[in-house]
Design a protein around this ligand. Sequence first.
Ligand SMILES: [Fe+2]
Length: 375
Amino acid sequence: MYFKQILDERCGCASYLIASRQSHEAAIVDPAIETQQYEELLGERDFRLRYLIDTHMHADHVSGARRLSAMHGAELCLHASARLAYPFRPLTDGEELPLGQLRLRVLHTPGHRLELISILVVNPPRSPEPSMVLTGDSLLVGDMGRPDFGGGDAAQQYETLSRLLQLPDWVAVFPGHFEGPCGKGMCGRPNTTIGFERLYNPLARLDRTTFISTLLDGVPARPLNMTAIEATNRGLAEMPWAMLTSSPPVREVDIEALETREPDAVVLDVREPEEYAHGHVPGAVSVPQADLASRLDEVPRDRPLILICQRGIRSLRAAQFLVQMGIDRVVSVRGGTAAWGKAGKPLAVGDTDAEKPRVAESEWTHAGARSSYRI
Ligand SMILES: [Fe+2]
């Protein structure tokens, strides 16, 4: 067999190319929108693409599956419960896709989303047992996928974890993410084993009730351009440009520059509405990063833009996206609203009953290296 994990550092996603070296048939799981990398691999090895499998309908990156499927005449496969506006081969639990001597066995593992499947890779000439499992956003390394993207369910995620942990110890686990906003406690390794996760995944030790509350508490902000990405992956819109595929340098400014900004500058707060309601820089306009691409026509192109979030990472990515879209009078506030508040500057507050925002943030829930320059 041939097996390759392809990591996308910008969004923290992993995709996979699996092939039979005997029959030269190949399958790609969770392909990124930049499809040239797969074309090169297929060409170099003279593989024929037979299946494109999306483990689920992604919210954080535009899938390259439809494009590849059309170009290669390969079957586009998702779980039967996926609600999409285009045709696909509906998979069911226990079904096996033959790939030369290999078998790709479908395991329905809902929780992150209802339609999420894992793929067990079985190589019968070597062993009747699976040697690896591709888990999408169910079991991650040291974590589980978040259940709040719509169609997810924390209790189902608990059942899914229990089911996956019944696999033999030696089964290698290859997740859909190693960083990024689909989880909040990923270890950073790109793979693990069932045995290791059974022993050391912090969620594996929890009873059902504690598991559910832990999974639901303190989730990362919704991904950049999620609204547009989801609509595209569903086939309801064609916005593949909503994916941040470049890393243009963006100037970062301090809160002093924000305070003394030009009078015509527009401050865009890209945090979640609940974070904005809990305190924002006076005059800042709320455009959550998840909605940025779908609300792009509200972003003025003829005025300087100052993007701000909680700590300066989301705003940097959002600013990079605006630069990618040809809007270049844009800067990001280093340290974000947290730095503004810490400096004792006034915050405006909106309507909210909650004590504190639910959003948890760490550098790794954003994925990728920083790309900025300082003034
Ligand atoms: Fe996902």
